[in-house]
Design a protein around this ligand. Structure first.
Ligand code: HEM
Ligand code: HEM
Length: 201
């Protein structure tokens, strides 16, 4: 197989990691859409849409815990290519860590907010989540929690934008195979032909 560093740049994530990543991405993007679209609706419809938002939020909590356990159990991220500038490596790491923190904290804060308001959280109409322990029923506290939830949501949306810009930087600027790890159907850059290209230039 030759040069081992080349084997690394050719790798993609496993179907398990790819599925978790893309299901998470789709659900994360659905979350603010559901809330913002629900604002135009009647009271009853709104509460149904927010019910779906809560159910998806609880699902994201489970998916993120599965993903994190798998990471901690040794299913490591593929290291970035050596050619990646150090500041980008640091930025990518910070973004990924913050994603995990927010994907765990946001559902918990939302759930705590519902508890404080004395509202139910029913997972897709199938079963009811218990109120979170140690959270008092207090509307003012609930309001603060939902304020936190809102700003965490804005932070998450900003991170998604930065994360996408990061992926595009790998593809169009660094011209490596990092974006292809998560989008395996994209054409790969064959690093082996690079020296030949340099000779032509
Ligand atoms: C919308 C919500 C998204 C979230 C929450 C998210 C989250 C993450 C996280 C936490 C990682 C770290 C790897 C891991 O732990 O599995 C990751 C990796 C990655 N994501 Fe996303 N992602 C999202 C959307 C996207 C989109 C739209 C793209 C495409 C532009 C993308 C491209 C990538 C790539 C290429 C990696 C691999 C980076 C590497 O191998 O170092 N992600 N994502
Ligand atoms: C990762 C999961 C979650 C994300 C990304 C998320 C994101 C958001 C965002 C962006 C908003 C809109 C904030 C605004 O502009 O006012 C929102 C509102 C809200 N979220 Fe979440 N959320 C998540 C999980 C949850 C969970 C698990 C619950 C409850 C169990 C919940 C309950 C609510 C409620 C009640 C609102 C306010 C809706 C209204 O305007 O009445 N969220 N969420």
């Amino acid at each position: 197989m030759g040069d081992p560093s080349m084997a690394t740049t050719r790798e993609t994530y496993s179907p398990f990691t790819l599925t978790l990543h893309w299901v998470t991405a789709a659900l994360v993007l659905t979350q603010p859409l559901l809330v913002w679209l629900s604002e135009e609706m009647s009271r009853e419809d709104k509460s149904q849409w927010i019910g779906v938002h809560k159910s998806i939020g609880a699902t994201l909590l489970i998916l993120t815990l599965i993903r994190l356990s798998s990471r901690l159990a040794g299913n490591k991220a593929i290291p970035l290519p050596e050619s990646t500038p150090d500041w980008q490596k640091l930025f990518a790491r910070a973004t990924h860590v913050l994603f995990y923190v927010l994907l765990i904290a946001m559902p918990l804060v939302g759930w705590a907010g519902s508890t404080a308001f004395g509202r139910e959280v029913v997972w897709f109409g199938l079963f009811q989540l218990p109120p979170l322990p140690f959270v008092p029923e207090d509307r003012e506290f609930g309001g603060s929690l939902m304020g936190l939830h809102k700003y965490a949501g804005y932070t998450l949306v900003t991170l998604v934008v930065l994360h996408i810009l990061g992926g595009l930087t790998h593809y169009f600027v660094n011209k490596d195979n990092v974006l292809q790890r998560m989008l395996p159907f994209l054409p790969r850059r064959d690093q082996a032909i690079e020296p030949a290209r340099h000779e032509v230039v």
